[in-house]
Design a protein around this ligand. Structure first.
Ligand SMILES: NC(=O)C1=CN([C@@H]2O[C@H](COP(=O)(O)OP(=O)(O)OC[C@H]3O[C@@H](n4cnc5c(N)ncnc54)[C@H](OP(=O)(O)O)[C@@H]3O)[C@@H](O)[C@H]2O)[C@@H](O)CC1
Ligand SMILES: Nc1ncnc2c1ncn2[C@@H]1O[C@H](COP(=O)(O)OP(=O)(O)O)[C@@H](O)[C@H]1O
Ligand SMILES: [K+]
Length: 523
């Protein structure tokens, strides 16, 4: 499903009226009606105590339309307007007049919110229609007090388009924001509903189509999408292991024995053909007993047990053999090893996945990435990408998508910005928001599994962008699968690795289960 930023919605709006003659008023009527419809789907409207908290913009207008529809279903609706009535938009004003003529109780809250607070506590449902995509500065004063009162009401909260106070594009909370049980968003979901902390405030998201033409909802200019499964290439009968990718993993050290195992073995468990692990010779016997299907290349070590620079030529030979190279998991930050990584990055003429300490190696030397011709996939979490670019985590959080689009273009790389709802960016500026995964995955080793799965998706024959985003989807799906089997605290890299085959089978055989679990519901 496409995801629309504020600028995208404004373009859709413009086209809706100029190209299709679909007026704002029609869109608002459908929007408000869809809010009422959602509420009627879980509660009998007659006698239902509803409080609508409306701003003076069109978000408020939607709330007033919902008030009218619910009242006409017999609900007991109280409306509170917050804001300068001099500035009320035309459409909100029209809908305010309608409900006043219907005799609905409407109160303009200027300063004292005690009446409103009382009503909020008595309400069965509160409709949050203060701000939508028009939020353009931190919330303060009376608005902030009203939002606090809504959050303190203990009533069920339905937010109109976006929880008021959440930035629709970035998911940042602008001072204070409504914590909704449901959000009914119009036309397409906004990034701020899918990126934390906004995603936390949205509650269950329903996407109301409100009669936008399909061409607008699927417009190629919409660069952000939810990360939906791609068709996995089938494993044809007349094939051999080389047809599923020959992957070289340059990973591990005496200190980190799990990282090379999780990445090199996950490659095989996610369908890869031939996994070759070049690692510190000391740990090969141990790893061999844990993953005998992996082929090992014992490497010379530094005194601290990391991979020594002396292996450079041998590693370049191995890279010639491979279809895919993954470098970084568990290498340590031993200076000699980082120097080896830096020298290898521009010389490896194959698709390269750089993760963990491999990313540390190129921090501050990004031209090594830029001058690569073969595809590059970087898999940093927030801390790593901050180190990579020298931009603070706080700054990045202000606009993750904008930051990622710029970085992917600058580095001509595919970048996986890992975290809750991982983002995958492509050099052409596309962004995919991943909806699989859970906090149980926030555990050492989890990212190493992802490296192997990315290599496997490439081995299966997906193109680089599809392979990267499908791997993120599969990886999170594996994390969810383990959490459902073992409980969220028991999600470990080993358990995620073990369930990879079943996850792929699920996606091959029952993709509809995926959509049922992870797709945003439409209204
Ligand atoms: N587009 C569509 O397709 C459809 C859109 N529809 C609906 O319209 C909504 C957008 O409406 P909107 O543009 O009138 O802005 P909205 O979000 O109501 O904000 C109102 C005003 O608040 C102000 N303000 C901002 N921040 C503030 C702050 N912190 N503290 C105090 N005030 C603040 C700011 O005015 P300012 O003060 O800057 O003059 C702003 O103009 C959209 O979310 C959806 O619900 C639907 O009808 C269906 C179709
Ligand atoms: N709160 C969370 N919700 C969902 N997924 C998460 C969360 N925290 C981390 N993850 C996922 O877990 C993995 C953590 O990887 P990473 O940070 O590289 O750990 P490590 O490097 O220790 O393996 C990433 O794929 C990330 O998307
Ligand atoms: K709202």
């Amino acid at each position: 499903m496409k995801v629309a930023r504020v600028e995208d919605i404004k373009r859709m709006d413009e086209l809706a009226s100029t190209k299709y003659g679909i007026s704002q008023e029609i869109l608002m009527e459908n929007a408000g009606a869809s809010v009422a419809r959602l509420i009627e789907s879980f509660a009998d409207a007659s006698g239902l105590r509803v409080v609508v908290v409306a701003g003076v913009g069109n978000n408020g207008g939607d709330g007033l339309v919902a008030a009218r529809h619910l009242a006409s279903q017999g609900a007991d609706v109280n409306v509170y307007i917050i804001g300068d009535l001099e500035k009320i938009t035309t459409l909100a004003r029209i809908n305010l007049d309608r409900i006043m003529r219907m005799g609905l109780p409407v109160e303009h809250v200027a300063e004292d919110i005690s009446g409103l607070s009382e009503e909020l506590h008595q309400a069965d449902v509160v409709i949050d229609a203060l701000f939508g995509i028009g939020l353009n500065r931190p919330v303060s004063g009376l608005y902030a007090r009203v939002i606090d009162a809504v959050n303190g009401s203990g009533s069920l909260v339905v937010s109109v388009d976006i929880p008021s106070g959440v930035n629709g594009d970035t998911g940042q909370v602008m001072g204070v924001a409504v914590k909704a049980d449901y959000t009914v968003t119009f036309g397409l979901p906004k990034p701020g509903l899918l990126i934390y902390p906004g995603a936390e405030h949205a509650g269950e998201i329903y996407v109301a189509r409100i009669s936008y033409p399909i061409e607008l909802l699927e417009d190629e200019n919409l660069v952000i999408e939810t990360n939906d499964p791609v068709q996995l290439p089938e494993r044809k009968p007349d094939t051999h292991k080389g047809d599923y990718g020959k992957a070289l993993f340059i990973a591990g050290s005496r200190r980190y024995m799990g990282a090379p195992l999780f990445s090199a073995y996950s490659f095989l468990l996610a369908g890869g053909g031939y996994s070759r692990l070049a690692t510190a010779s000391n740990i090969v016997p141990y790893l061999g007993s844990k993953a005998s299907e992996v082929v090992y290349e014992p490497l010379l070590e530094t005194p601290s047990g990391s991979i020594s620079y002396a292996n450079k030529d041998r590693l370049l030979e191995l890279a010639e053999w491979a279809d895919i190279v993954a470098m970084g998991p568990g290498l340590t930050t031993e200076e000699e090893t980082l120097r080896l990584v830096r020298d290898l990055v521009p010389l490896i003429k194959k698709p390269l996945i750089l993760d963990g300490d491999g990313l540390t190696a190129v921090a501050g030397a990004l031209e090594l990435i830029k001058k690569r011709e073969a595809p590059t996939i970087l898999t940093p979490h927030l801390g790593e990408v901050s180190r990579l670019t020298g931009i603070s985590v706080e700054r990045i959080r202000e606009d993750r998508i904008g930051f990622l689009r710029t970085l992917c273009r600058e580095l001509n790389s595919y970048i996986v910005l890992k975290g809750a709802h991982t983002l995958v960016g492509t050099p052409s500026g596309k962004i995919y928001v991943n909806l699989t995964g859970n906090p149980g995955m926030a555990k050492a080793g989890s990212g190493d599994v992802l490296v192997g799965v990315i290599a496997a998706m490439l081995g299966l024959g997906l193109d680089v962008g599809e392979a990267t985003r499908m791997a993120v989807l599969v990886h999170g799906y594996a994390g969810d699968y383990v959490a459902s089997l073992e409980g969220i605290d028991g999600v470990t890299a080993s358990r995620m690795m073990r369930v990879l085959p079943r996850v792929l089978r699920e996606l091959r055989e029952n993709p509809e289960d995926f959509y049922r679990t992870y797709s945003l519901q439409t209204l």
